[in-house]
Structures are given as C-alpha cells and as structure tokens.
Ligand binder design. Structure first.
Ligand code: PMP
Length: 430
C-alpha cells in the first residue's frame, strides 16, 4: 500500500503543528509509523490522501454512528450554512435539539450546549461544586474526561489516593481536590467516602469506561455508586460523551437503569461537528448563569451547523431500529471470529457492549479493571494495528482505544474485517 502522500504531508505538518497533529493519539506514536491523512469518508469507508480505502472502526472516535457523510446530516448542514454559520444569538435549533435530548433522557430536564466533551465535564464539575458548596470530587483511575486541569489526574491503582497531576503544567493545586479510586471496586469507594464523603461535591464516571480499553461495570456496581451518592449528598455525574446515544438512545443510564444527577454528552449529539453538552436536574441546572451564580459561556456554543448535524443524527436514532441492527453486526463479527478466538484463548480477549468493541492482548480470563488492561501487551496491539491497516481496516491507533460500528457497516465489511482479523492474528500471535 502506497502512502507516500500521507508521509510527505506528515513531514510538512511536523514543521507547523506540534507532533504534526492537533490531538496526540492521532500521531500513531503507540502503533509506530506515521499518521494517515484522510481525504474522504462515506458510510463505513474512508479514503486517504493516496487513494487507499479502509473500512473504518475509529469513526472519528465515536461521533459517526450513522457512518461518514450521512446524506441527511450533510443536507442539514449544507442547508443551514446557506443561512449563515453563527449568530451569537439564540437559534431555534438549540431548542429543537434540547427537546430531543431531554425526551430521550429521564435524568435530563435542562441542558446546556458547549463545544466539546472537555468543556462539558469541566462545566459539570464547576456546577456540582457551585450547587453543593463542596470543593472535592471523585474520579476513577483510567476514566478520561477530557483535558481540563483538575480532570487530568489518574493517580495509581489500589486504594483511594489523593490526586497527583498526570500532565506537565497541571499544578498540585489544580489536582488537590481530585480524589481517585479504582473503577469496579465498591469497597475502595466506600472507604474513601467514610472518611471524606461530606466534603465531596460529585462523583464523575464513565458508566462504561472506554478510554482505557473497554471495561464493563460489575453487576449492580453503578447502582451501588448511586446509593453511596445519595447517602452522602454527592451529585452523580455520568460522563456519557462516548456512551450517550451510542449504547442506547438513553445511553448507559438507560441500559443499566441508573439515574445520574448530571450527564455530560458530546460526540454523537454533534453528528461529527464540534459539540458537547451537560444537563440534568432542573434545580441543579438553574444554578448556571444567567439564572444562577455558576458562570459558563461560549462564543460558538449551540452553533447552528452543529445543532443541525445533531438534530439530523438524533432524529434518525430515535426513529429507526438502529441499535438492534448495530448489535446484530457485533454478533455477526463475533460469530465469524468464533473459531479464531477459541484458537487464541489465553492470549487475546475480545470485549464488546452495544456497538463498541475492543481487542486486548491479555492472558487474563476477562477484563474488569484498569490494572487488567495495564497487564495487556500493547506491542502486540501495535503489530496487530499495522497488519490490519495493510489489509484495509482502520482501527484507532492505540490499544487503549475502543472501536465503533456504524449503521453503515455492511455484512461484506464484516466478512472482510473478520478475515483481516484472522490473518493479522496469524502474523502477530502465530
Ligand atoms: N469524556 C469522555 C468519556 C471522552 O471519551 C472524551 C473524549 N474522547 C471526553 C470526555 C472529551 O471530549 P472532547 O475530546 O470532545 O473534549
């Protein structure tokens, strides 16, 4: 596969953009080689600058549940753009998308649109602090909530640790109110809250962690977290930037039957344009300016083009039976790879939920914690990624990332992908 144009674009990019990219994982550092510059996408396929076509499972890191360049999304964006791209005034599309989202989420009575998932989580924490009058919050080791200073804290595993910064430039002051516990370990959370519960404003979590491989919540875990929040008067914030409108229209909270106080959204609700949102109980949301004392604003927030793409996407998701179809696609892939997975038992794990899946090169029987993922072999993932790429399948360029099906992945795509997986594994695992 000739990728000369990508390579020369990357060389040029390195002169002007740090690392040649605008977001670090894109640089392919953890899988080796150079990033591929994409030119076009349609349905399940992307085409790079050299004209090579790939079946895409990165899907822009999750937003494109309808596939690339969905006809209705593109038509909505084009039509909206003809009337102007931004007004800095309210626009009826904000109300329309707000109605659609609040209709799909029992827990969301009011919503505020922002421009990214990072803004959404950062603002939700500020709101939780403003509402409760408490400073601290709890996050889980390995959960990613964007790059706001106080959220760039993962700390070590084991029992509750006070946060230490995860990035240069994040001060200890920024991190001191961030408490970190391991995910799926209810006892660790209990013992932290026994000591600190009355000082904690919020517990923020990806209900299904998707940023450190794929980790599924243990039975009743989310309900137990909810109960602890109620016990200590702590707000529960579900970060559904990935899982919202992805696992079900009503997100992980619908799937697991747990109602958070606040929810953060992004990705799918922007249909591939830059969007984030946070929403929840009206009495909490009413603390945001201009009604309340918690300040938060944005020049392009609720941008009409982004709202139009979001409305077109969400309407389709609410009308069709897309979620059932997506699950069938994952089931078909699992079925096709059944023999292959059996052959590599004890060396490879395949995890999935809804339309999200992940490969983990591990000898463990299952993954239930970040520590389990840490024991995985990322060198093997890197080799697997290269093999898949050479067979025309584009996976996210890091073993810590998940893969996404879209409504446009066809049976033919799945057959081709399953063959590529088997052939690639033969090279990587023998
Ligand atoms: N929360 C979660 C769960 C995410 O996966 C991400 C990004 N992948 C974010 C927040 C941050 O979103 P953004 O990249 O739009 O700032």
């Amino acid at each position: 596969m000739n990728r000369n144009k990508s390579e020369s674009l990357y060389k040029e990019a390195l002169q002007y953009l740090p690392g040649g990219v605008d977001s670090p994982v894109r640089a392919f550092r953890s899988v080796g080689g150079f990033p591929i510059f994409m030119e076009k996408g349609k349905g399940s396929r992307v085409t790079d600058a050299d004209g090579n076509e790939y079946i895409d499972y990165c899907m822009s890191w999750g937003p494109l549940i309808l596939g690339h360049a969905d006809d209705d999304v593109i038509a909505a964006v084009n039509e909206t753009a003809l009337s102007g791209t931004s007004f800095g005034t309210p626009h009826r599309y904000e109300v329309e998308l707000a109605k659609l989202v609040t209709g799909a989420y029992d827990s969301i009575e009011k919503i505020r649109f922002v421009n990214s998932g990072t803004e959404a989580t950062m603002s939700a924490i500020r709101l939780a602090r403003g509402f409760t009058g408490r400073d601290r919050f709890v996050k889980f080791d390995g959960c990613y909530h964007g790059h706001a200073d106080h959220l760039l804290v993962a700390a070590g595993s084991g029992l509750a640790t006070f946060g230490t910064p995860d990035s240069a430039g994040v001060t200890e002051g920024n991190a001191k109110d961030t408490l970190v516990v391991p995910y799926n370990d209810i006892d660790a959370l209990k013992s932290l809250l026994e000591k600190e519960g009355e000082t904690v404003a919020a517990i923020i979590m990806e209900p299904v962690p998707c940023n450190y491989g794929l980790i599924l919540p243990g039975e009743n875990y989310l309900k137990e977290v909810r109960a602890l929040c109620d016990k200590y008067g702590i707000l529960l914030v579900f970060d559904e930037v990935i899982t919202g409108f992805r696992l079900a229209a009503g997100g992980a909270q619908e799937l697991f039957g747990v109602k958070p106080d606040l929810t953060t959204l992004g990705k799918v609700i922007g249909g591939g344009l830059p969007v984030g949102a946070y929403g929840g109980r009206a009495d909490i949301m009413d603390k945001i300016a201009p009604d309340g004392p918690v300040y938060q604003a944005g020049t392009l927030s609720g941008n009409p083009l982004a709202m139009a793409a979001g409305i077109a996407t969400v309407k389709k998701l609410l009308e069709g039976d897309i979620y059932a179809q997506l699950e069938k696609k994952v089931a078909l892939m699992k079925e096709m790879l059944g023999k292959t997975f059996t052959a590599y038992e004890g060396r490879l794990l395949f995890a999935s939920i809804g339309s999200i899946f992940a490969f983990c090169f591990s000898d463990l029987p299952a993954i239930s914690s970040v520590d389990d993922i840490r024991k995985g072999d990322m060198e093997k993932y890197a080799a697997f990624h290269r093999e898949m790429l050479s067979r025309g399948v584009y996976l996210a360029p890091s073993g810590y990332e998940v893969a996404f099906f879209s409504a446009q992945h066809s049976e033919a795509d799945i057959i081709k992908t399953a063959t590529a997986v088997s052939d690639s594994l033969k090279v990587v695992l023998g």
